[in-house]
Design a protein around this ligand. Structure first.
Ligand code: SF4
Length: 207
């Protein structure tokens, strides 16, 4: 997907006013902050979009965020950026490929991959996850995607080619302009968690 499409999409979002993506509030003056920090004036301010990489790495308690779309983005910062292209750069660091997926979705080009297809593709040490059954898959969804610290991506994939999308967690706020975080295919953490379930291992910390 051409980057210019993503850039144009972000520019058009900003032209229409403030919007939210996951836990981030973006305002038309190219400012990003945690949505719960909007309006606070005691935030650590940076003008560097690459600072997003550092901010996204750990939660408020200093724990590593393996899942970048988990609802545990740290607070206390504001990025005051120069233009919409820097906003896109920062958003891509916070939520990799989220804007690209929305652009593809709007163009009718985003295809959901059923979980069975994702699992059948696994090889090597992950090949065992092909044995994950439907009940176990739903358990992984409840524990990883919709757990105590839920993933904010909205799943559009299903267990099988003709099944309905699995239940998702969303944190939309009435009256706010939200750009959804889409999940078109089970992520690596899902596959890893499914492998643990099939092998009967205890759930790794953080799941
Ligand atoms: S499979 Fe999708 S919804 Fe579930 S944790 Fe991974 S990215 Fe989030």
């Amino acid at each position: 997907m051409p980057t210019s499409s993503c850039a144009e999409y972000v520019a058009s979002l900003l032209a229409e006013g403030a919007f939210r993506l996951g836990e981030i509030q973006v305002t038309p003056d190219f400012s990003l902050s945690h949505r719960e920090d909007a309006g606070k004036d005691d935030l650590e301010v940076s003008t560097d979009p690459w600072k997003a990489l550092e901010i996204a790495r750990y939660d408020d308690g200093g724990r590593y965020r393996a899942l970048k779309t988990a609802a545990n983005l740290r607070h206390g910062w504001r990025l005051q950026l120069a233009d919409s292209s820097e906003v896109l750069t920062a958003l891509d660091f916070f939520y990799p490929a989220a804007i690209g997926m929305m652009v593809a979705h709007q163009a009718g080009n985003l295809t959901a991959t059923p979980l069975r297809v994702t699992l059948e593709r696994q090889s090597g040490m992950y090949a065992v996850v092909r044995k994950l059954n439907g009940e176990q898959a739903v358990a992984v969804v409840s524990r990883l995607c919709c757990g105590a610290v839920p993933c904010l991506r909205r799943k559009i994939w299903s267990l099988t080619c003709d099944g309905p999308p699995l239940e998702s967690v969303t944190r939309n706020t009435p009256g706010q302009r939200e750009v959804p975080l889409l999940c078109s295919e089970a992520c690596n953490l899902f596959v890893a968690a499914g492998r643990h379930v099939v092998k009967g291992d205890p759930a790794p910390a953080g799941e």
